[in-house]
Design a protein around this ligand. Structure first.
Ligand code: NAG
Ligand code: NAG
Ligand code: NAG
Ligand code: NAG
Ligand code: NAG
Ligand code: NAG
Ligand code: NAG
Ligand code: NAG
Length: 627
């Protein structure tokens, strides 16, 4: 015991004797079990009871598929996670999820000190692994809303759906500042502009609750909220060529002013955890960067929650991955990583960590810092008092009120880029009373396509993979009952000719992707869409709705379009699109990203010299509806 903890203990003992309020402590057999004790006191009391094995267990996060109650008990595992698409059963219900999370928790509570495990999941646009959950637009679309209050409401709704499955912790929000849309994770970023990203950290207030004024440290209001995770620290959106997990080559000043800009704000909002990034900064892997993780994040920025690694992030320190785990583990632990998302080979991690401590390559003070931070979050969020799932929340999954919030987010995220060819009248708002209209493109009638990656599975996939309303269904519900809506996913050339359509809605876009699978050097509009646009628009007035995680190269055929709308990756509530196309609401979205002309211009961001976009950052037309 260090001199500081000795003084603390003495103080605590003294308080228990002299202060009648503290006498309640006696009804617990250990101070840490007493919820009326300050969190700092509980943490210190528990920490001093733990063996090295128990401490290392707290620092270990394992994947659901290798977890069971006995493993969690035997190794004192501190956390379990669901990787993207990792679920208890296909289309699992809330009851099935809680059955699983409670079962894992029962293992943790059987350990000597009964320390609950904290279950984490990627809920990055709603509770996206869960069948039937509300899927909100991906962050690139939310960035176009410029609406911090909306983000807070989305955070609160997501928290309830996550808690309904017995889960208290989400790996969100991603506060990356994507500077190059060739990056496959660009849609996880709110904007290329650090100030827009910073303004939308309000989602943390929704996820965790808003801390009282002057609060310092991690904060989770109650068991209807979740611990959040700001990610990925730092520079994830700045890699050369937009290569996922690549190297961000920028000065320290640029790192701070662009990529780090939202972090002080996230910390001030009490964000409980921060995830280290896979990328390197000027050649040094972030998972091994002691200066940035410890000196800057924990020191200068005063972050008091825990730093979690990314999935196998420690293994990936070495090139090629995992070539020297001992070496990587030493670097990561000493750099300041507190919880390791192992996620499979936990015995390997535990053995290596123990060996490093025995050889004094990692000091005990580092382990104590890590465990202090993990326990602080667990106590702060009330996990010791309420370790099990709350079955009464089950109706929040996909609740109507959440779906209508998502629909609002969709309509606010749409950006109108063109309305009317030069010299002709605007096409939008579309007439609801048209006799006959045409809708084309597979993206018009497919929930999986409109949700994108990180939906049900890690990469996402086409097909009606969860409940929702397709864009076409939204159109059909909006037009007059007498309007004939003809839908063709992939019509042949000339199909729209002389059919008497009043106008056509062409819905095009990218196939779903996530992380490195989405890296793309050409950013072209995938086939058959370029030809479909040219052909359809040559026969009938057309609006093109683009469903994509980023701007794509449209310059060669934008002249063919009468109107052009960026819909990003809207999620399950496709009816939000018809709400605006038909003029129930006006457009209000503003580009969160620069819409470039050609990929050879990239990276190109607002404020650059030689800025020559097709549509600039912040652009967004209105239809000018009379209110
Ligand atoms: C838990 O997992 C371990 C390791 O895979 C295995 O040996 C053990 O049999 C499992 N226990 C149960 C109860 O499933
Ligand atoms: C509940 O969890 C237990 C333990 O994993 C499992 O054996 C059982 O099949 C689950 N029951 C349901 C209904 O999902
Ligand atoms: C990691 O391994 C490399 C090569 O084996 C060595 O040069 C380096 O010093 C090692 N680093 C640590 C922290 O052990
Ligand atoms: C792995 O790293 C350790 C230091 O952490 C070093 O002693 C060992 O030689 C390295 N092994 C290889 C194969 O590089
Ligand atoms: C687990 O990790 C240990 C330590 O790095 C290693 O020796 C072992 O081969 C790994 N096991 C598997 C199955 O990857
Ligand atoms: C998705 O659902 C809609 C509405 O029920 C249906 O019309 C469409 O064919 C489905 N799409 C796919 C790809 O299964
Ligand atoms: C899960 O839901 C999808 C979409 O509704 C359906 O196609 C599939 O058959 C369901 N799977 C199971 C196992 O219920
Ligand atoms: C563009 O890049 C993607 C991703 O690498 C690839 O799948 C696609 O075929 C490329 N398209 C063209 C037209 O080169």
């Amino acid at each position: 015991m260090g001199p500081r903890s000795r003084v603390l203990c003495a103080l605590v003992l003294l308080l228990c004797v002299v202060c009648p309020d503290q006498a309640t402590a006696t009804k617990y057999d250990a101070l840490y079990k007493d919820p009326s004790q300050p969190v700092g006191v509980r943490v210190q009391d528990l920490l001093k009871r733990l063996t090295l094995d128990e401490k290392l267990g707290q620092m270990t996060q394992i994947e659901m598929t290798v977890a069971n109650a006995s493993v969690i008990e035997k190794y004192d595992i501190g956390s379990v996670l669901s990787g993207g698409g990792s679920i208890p059963a296909p289309n699992a219900t809330a009851a099935q999820w809680i059955n699983m999370t409670d079962y894992f928790q029962s293992g943790a509570l059987k350990t000597r000190h009964g320390i609950p495990e904290i279950y984490g999941i990627d809920a990055v646009h709603g509770h996206n692994n869960v069948y039937g959950a509300t899927i909100f637009p991906h962050n690139v679309g939310l960035g176009c809303t410029r609406d911090p209050a909306l983000l807070k409401r989305i955070g609160a709704a997501t928290a309830l759906e996550v808690r309904a499955t017995g889960i208290p912790y989400v790996f969100a929000p991603c506060i990356a500042v994507c500077r190059d849309p060739r990056w496959g994770r660009c849609y996880e970023s709110y904007s290329e502009d650090p100030d827009v990203v910073k303004s939308l950290t309000t989602i943390i207030d929704g996820l965790q609750g808003t801390p009282p004024k002057g609060w310092k440290g991690p904060y989770v209001q109650n068991s209807r909220r979740v611990a959040a995770c700001a990610k990925h620290f730092v520079g994830d959106g700045g890699t050369q060529g937009g290569i996922d997990e690549g190297n961000t080559v920028v000065s320290y000043e640029e790192l701070v002013n662009i990529h780090m800009k939202a972090y002080p704000d996230a910390i001030a909002r009490g964000v409980s955890t921060i995830m280290a990034s896979y990328n390197s900064w000027n050649g040094v892997k972030m998972h091994a960067n002691k200066f940035l993780l410890t000196d800057v994040l924990k020191g200068q920025l005063g972050f008091k929650g825990f730093i979690i690694s990314d999935w196998q992030g420690v293994d990936r320190i070495s090139e090629p991955w995992g070539v020297n785990i001992t070496n990587s583990t030493e670097l990561a632990l000493n750099a300041g990583i507190d919880m390791i998302m192992v996620p499979y080979n936990y015995t390997g991690f535990l053995d290596v960590a123990k060996q490093l401590i025995a050889e004094k390559k990692v000091p005990m003070s580092r382990i104590d810092d890590a465990v202090t931070r993990i326990l602080r979050v667990k106590f702060e969020m009330g996990l010791f008092e309420k370790p099990y799932g709350d079955k009464s929340l089950k109706n929040y999954i996909g609740a109507l009120s959440h779906r209508s919030l998502a629909r609002e987010a969709v309509r606010k995220s749409l950006v109108l880029l063109k309305n009317g060819k030069t010299g002709s009248k605007p096409l939008l708002p579309l007439s609801k009373g048209a006799k006959k209209i045409l809708v084309v493109g597979a993206h018009a009638n497919d929930i999986g396509l409109q949700c994108g990656g990180w939906t049900i599975t890690w990469q996402g996939m086409p097909g009606n993979i969860t409940k929702g309303t397709t864009i076409l269904e939204g159109i059909k519900k909006t037009v007059n009952s007498k309007t004939k809506v003809v839908y063709k996913a992939n019509p042949s050339k000339g199909d729209a000719k002389n059919k008497g359509y009043q106008y056509a809605i062409i819905v095009v876009g990218e196939q779903p992707y996530a992380e490195f699978n989405g890296d793309n050097k050409n950013l072209t509009v995938p086939d058959p869409y370029p030809e479909l646009i040219k052909d359809t628009c040559s026969h009938v007035r057309c609006v093109v709705v683009m469903v994509s995680g980023r701007p794509l190269v449209v310059e060669p055929f934008v002249d063919h379009m009468d109107a052009f709308v960026a819909a990003w990756l809207p999620g399950t509530e496709g009816n939000g699109i018809a709400d605006v196309l038909f003029g129930k609401y006006d457009f209000q979205g503003k580009l969160s990203r620069t819409w470039f002309k050609r990929v050879d211009q990239l990276p190109m961001n607002v404020g650059d010299k030689d800025y020559d976009p097709l549509y600039p950052f912040g652009f967004g037309l209105k239809m000018g509806l009379e209110s």
